[in-house]
Ligand binder design. Sequence first.
Ligand code: PMP
Length: 369
Amino acid sequence: GLKHIHAIAPYVGGRPISEVAREYGLDESKIVKLASNENPLGMPKSAQEAMLKAASDLGRYPDSNGFELKNVLSARLGVPTDWITLGNGSNDILELAARAVAQSGDEIIFSKHAFAVYPLATQAVGAKAVEVAATNDYGHDLPAMLEAVKASGDKAKLVFVANPNNPTGSYLTAKEIEEFLMALPSHVVVVLDEAYNEYLTPEQRYDAISWVKRFPNMILSRSFSKAYGLAGLRIGYGVAQPALTDLLNRIRQPFNVNSLAQAAAIAAFQDSDFLQQGFELNRAGFAQLTQAFDELSLTYLPSAGNFVLVKVGDDDGAGARINLELLKRGIIVRPVGNYGLPQWLRISIGLPEENATFINALKDILAHQ
Ligand code: PMP
């Protein structure tokens, strides 16, 4: 049999609202879901309108090459359209990267506490996952990841780097990333996963496209699921030089991104007001949550994304225990035991009233345990 497939632990996402309502006998409309790093503003109106317009033409296949969306992306990013790959979510780009460059006997390198799809994509192609110890503050240790590449001989084919990372929210500076890119052997491909890029502050931002232009072994991955509010439509994109982009496009499904998603993404990408509103809401929500954590003397990590990791106890049962109590009160967050963080919970930053509902429930739970 295919042992490497049987060895895969299935991805566990945020629990759906209807399922939690049914299980705990709750009213769906009262449930607060802060579990999947979704945009609390929902989908932009502009994208909804564009999507509904596109819905009149669903008898046709989607544009397999995403002509219009790629043109919009190309104009803004400053790369030709043949540098862009569209994905069914940016997860698709991560998987395509693994399938394009690695197979059984190869190694794929990523950090401990990094996004769960990296090990999945690795195991699915039969490659060996090399998990590199994180820094003391739960971030990627890029020098150690470079060591792992070098130690692999020529087995390492791919490195996943998330900036910011989920679930830790850890952030790497431009200098750290650039040094890593310069030192990485050119036969090893690196995916820079920027699913949460739009949440970086102006001071944290850097020009990743200039690296794509310099490094032919780099794939930049971005998502429409978070800041652009299109998680349910499944759309993301990769940017890489044409030779690498060509590989990804050869192995993707011909119609991997549906028409509604393409139309919505074109509108959302140009909706700078929506992006700005979401950014500000996220900063305010982070302050609201972390102020409450301070009051409760809870440790949390300084997230650069739209979520925050908070330590809810000192024993390895803490995350699961508090998560269950929150579920009973109709609040869905994300336990992160599968990330090696069983004492922590990941809270997606919501609307002010959603954050407040969560905070009040957490206070109540901690006071009565
Ligand atoms: N990368 C990271 C770091 C993520 O957290 C996620 C979503 N949880 C993704 C990629 C994939 O997002 P999507 O497929 O919705 O674009």
